[in-house]
Write a protein that binds this ligand. Sequence first.
Ligand SMILES: [Zn+2]
Length: 266
Amino acid sequence: MMTGPGEYIPDPTEGITCVKDLPQPQIVRRRRSFKRRKCPRCGHSAVRGKTFTRTLHDWGDVASNRPRDLVITYSQHHCSPCGKYFNADLSDLAIPNSHYTKKRIESKIADLFDHRHRLVQHPLTAAERKTLQRITRGQPALRALRQIVDEVYRLFDRRCRTDTALAKLARLRQRVSRFQGLRHTLNKRFSPTLEKALTFLDDSLLPATSNAVERGNRRHRKMQKTVYRVRTGPHLSQRIAGDMLRDAQAQGRSQTTQTLHYARAG
Ligand SMILES: [Zn+2]
């Protein structure tokens, strides 16, 4: 039976509690066993000594719902001039000591990079939260980072009082200091000005601000600054009078512009 996009396909591994009952991986065999290889140190052509196998976890097969493992047979060579052993080159398949294929690790890194802003984005939709869960799988430090970010957002929640926020901040600082790797990145959390910033939460007169509105006002504010900066009192009052006059005539002016516009368009 064909399955179309959006169709729910139950995961056959759902409810399995015993590792033995999980689907067996598909084995893909690769050979990297050579009679002779050039020594990477001196270039001497060294004969094969032993062969070994190495298992790498690749992306699973979606069609059969089974994981896929790459089993590589590779040769070990002994270089007599150097007196050292070396293995056949597998660097195109995996980095040294890795249990996963290069392909799988690279796509995991690319995924994390593409969605890196999900770590700080606020708020997250259900789908974005799911993406975040996927990209941080097996990365407890990144999940902890997102939890800390969430706590910072809660700190500035207008619904809570300064006291509550300060208690939250104390807990947050304790948490951050436990993560050695994150301490340096998040050292702004330890700034003493942060406590002072939180006192705004108790101010009942302070309205919630909108970034879009402030941005709209910025142009006007900036223009006023350059206009008024170097003028004297009398100049200022003349200026204000001029502005008021302009504002009062604004409606009529736009009407005229519109009429002209229509007249010319025919
Ligand atoms: Zn050598």
